[in-house]
Ligand binder design. Structure first.
Ligand code: KG4
Ligand code: ZN
Length: 349
């Protein structure tokens, strides 16, 4: 028969994502972000995000249906992110998904947000099919996770994750310290490149710490990340400069900070590839927009004989299409739909 037409709903953080796929084919991917509303707080405010989802969901749904040129009655299934993420934000999507599934009498699939990020790669029509096993590094404002994916529909092992801030969050916090606007990632990139016509920063100007990278840390946290020590180190370095009445070399600080984050992300991801003898690395999450991260990952992976996959950025950031894509894979694998008992699980592993 025809491949299933699936609607995916994603509301785990600040993006209201509604996506529609037919099997592995992307039909529409509507994203409404409340990022601007969080800008003045320097980070995502859960209550603000939840309210924004409530407002954005219905128009995003209509737009996604119109772009895919389908109606609700055509759908074969509804999928939704049930976690991990912000509890209140997740509940908006889960409530909407349940209401749709019940009223349309269609099966409902509750899916894991992180696995959804990996499934996004399936929708990249220009790429060869994703091969397994693969190591996946997911880096965004909400998560920093390293996974070993043997099978998207069942065997996904969490190798490690951040013990404190997410990588994107670290970018946002350092940007704030440097007096740059939110979101900080693109701003740090710009500052590291010298801003408007300035001299590019030197990534080796300041040796900032690489979290959980000492031999003593590696024993228990080989694939885990920590960015809070880095944040403190950067803040202290700037304070000392200012206390001495010296100018803060923003481009050098931005480039050196970025290098510390990128170095530890790539080092640990490639260590996982080596340890598990998996010559494939999939990157996902909004921080993948970072040019230096792509550059270093591609160069060092090539040296290690590892192939790197980077889906288009529109599929890397939080979106509903990846949730629909994962559900379509689950359906194809014969998985039974979720029962209605599930809720929003903010700490879903
Ligand atoms: O996946 P995403 O769009 O959404 C959520 O995490 O909800 O990721 C957003 C995060 C923000 O923390 C932002 O600062 C970071 O990704 N980001 C970047 C860059 N572009 C966005 N971080 C580093 N470099 C970038 N170029
Ligand atoms: Zn995400």
């Amino acid at each position: 028969g025809a491949e299933p037409l699936v609607l995916g709903i994603e509301t785990s953080c600040d993006e209201t994502g509604i996506g529609i796929v037919r099997g592995r084919t992307l039909l529409s991917n509507t994203i409404a972000s409340s990022m601007d509303e969080h800008a003045r707080y320097g980070g995502v405010v859960p209550e603000v995000a939840a309210r924004a989802h409530l407002e954005a969901l219905e128009p995003a749904l209509r737009q996604a249906l119109a772009e895919a040129d389908v109606s609700l009655a055509d759908l074969d299934a509804v999928a939704v992110t049930s976690g991990p993420g912000l509890a209140g934000a997740l509940m908006v999507g889960v409530g909407a998904a349940k209401a749709l599934a019940v009223s349309l009498d269609k099966p409902l699939y509750a899916v894991n947000h992180l696995v959804g990020h990996i499934a996004a790669d399936i929708l990249d029509a220009d790429a060869e099919p994703l091969e397994f096993p693969t190591v996946a590094l997911l880096v965004s404002g909400g998560h920093t996770s390293l996974l070993l994916v043997r099978d998207l529909t069942g065997d996904v092992e969490l190798l490690g994750e951040t013990m404190d801030d997410a990588a994107g969050e670290a970018f946002d916090k350092i940007a704030r310290i440097l007096g740059l606007p939110y979101p900080g990632g693109p701003e740090i990139d710009r500052a590291a490149a010298g801003g408007d016509g300035g001299v590019p920063g030197d990534p080796d100007a300041i040796r900032f710490p690489r979290g959980l990278s000492r031999a003593s840390d590696l024993a228990a946290h080989r694939y885990d990340f920590s960015f809070s020590g880095l944040k403190t180190a950067v803040a202290r370095w700037i304070e000392q400069r200012e206390a001495a009445g010296e100018e803060v070399p923003i481009a050098d600080v931005a480039a050196s900070f970025r290098e510390a984050v990128v170095d530890v992300l790539v080092t640990k991801a490639l260590a996982a590839c080596k340890d598990y003898d998996v010559p494939r690395l999939l990157l996902g999450g909004g921080v993948i927009a970072n040019r230096r991260l792509r550059e270093v990952a591609l160069a060092r992976a090539a040296d290690a004989g590892v192939t790197v996959r980077i889906p288009p950025l529109s599929l890397c950031t939080d979106n509903g299409a990846m949730i629909a894509a994962l559900a379509a894979e689950l359906i194809a694998s014969g998985r039974a739909p979720s029962t209605m008992e599930f809720g929003a699980d903010s700490t879903l592993p």
